[in-house]
Design a protein around this ligand. Sequence first.
Ligand SMILES: [Zn+2]
Length: 411
Amino acid sequence: MPEPWAILGTVVQAPVFGTISLVQQTTVIVEDGIITHMETAADGANLLVEQGLQASSVLRLQDGEFLCPGFIDLHVHAPQYSYAGTATDRPLMEWLGAYAFPREKAHADAEAARAEYTRLAARLAAHGTTTALLFGTMHRQACQELALTFQQRGLRAFIGKVCMDRHSAEGYQETTQEALAETEAFLQWIEELGDERIQAAITPRFVPTCTPELLAGLGQLAAKYDSAVQSHISESFDEVEFSQALHPEVDGRDIELFERAGLLRNRAVMAHGTCLTSAELRRLAETGTAIAHCPLSNFFFGDRLLPVRDVLALGVKVGLGTDVAGGLDWTEAFWLATQGGAAALGLGNVCGTLEVGKSFDALRVDTQNSAAFDVFAADTPLDAFQKFVNLGDDRNISTVWVRGQEISKTP
Ligand SMILES: [Zn+2]
């Protein structure tokens, strides 16, 4: 068992939506990746002596440095990383045909996928992401490579083999039976991998590409394997219109089709949801289903914004699915990116905050000599951390840990 070690400095976290806890001079002791002690004292000497820790196993943060929980990203399309920052010029349904499907189809080549995914894992880790919920592609082999690259980097990840049995692209579509058999094979492969940090998520892409038979079969697999689930729900006007044309019997309401299939459940995370009604949002809350709030893609594709405070007030679990964009106070955004995301994935007792008994999934944040912003003499420690949340980037994140293991360094 690895020796215990300690970190001493200012801890910042958001245990409750909209409030920040900043505690200076905190000593955190980590043993086998788990936080075993946390104590605040002018010098942590007593606790360190009590626990038999030598000076060499104590990391002391400087002024302007902070320890905070790692970020949890609830919506990442792994095969889209290679063209992130481009291709934002078309509405959703056109965009899928023009960019997303052709690029995903190319991941039939698992080796090429592996090369891209290795860079994605490194990039996410460098930006302070410690847990990610990922869409892969339709291909089981490439999804296995995705799981292995994230495991190698040490990230916590939920991996989804994407399912589509209609309205996809030439050469990039499965039969219902293939989609179910490949999903079950992937679930079994992940189980055999036997790493608590790497889990599977059952992944119907969205209603337009999945028949009710496929959704029902995936719902049965979710129950059989007690698996996480992810999809997209009522995300834009054109998507809702497409669902309406396909399913006039439920007036095109995605939620009705997911619910009939048994796909609304704890650890189910639905992306966007900008076109859901209040009654539908209440249904998500009742079933334990979470929303991945994606402010940037909602801005490009969503036709509407998600009223996050109202959604939370209805009791729906919400986490962040992309970078922090406008419309939220920084304290709320920080909570969504940490504790909100953990609760959505059923990891509320594992990560999301730094407390005794939880995994040490954390970031060392440096706000001094920042290339991204300036901290002035009059700034309080809370001001400096707020500047990091609003203006900072990977240059401010010096170390990233998952289960006490440094994942930000190149292996
Ligand atoms: Zn998406």
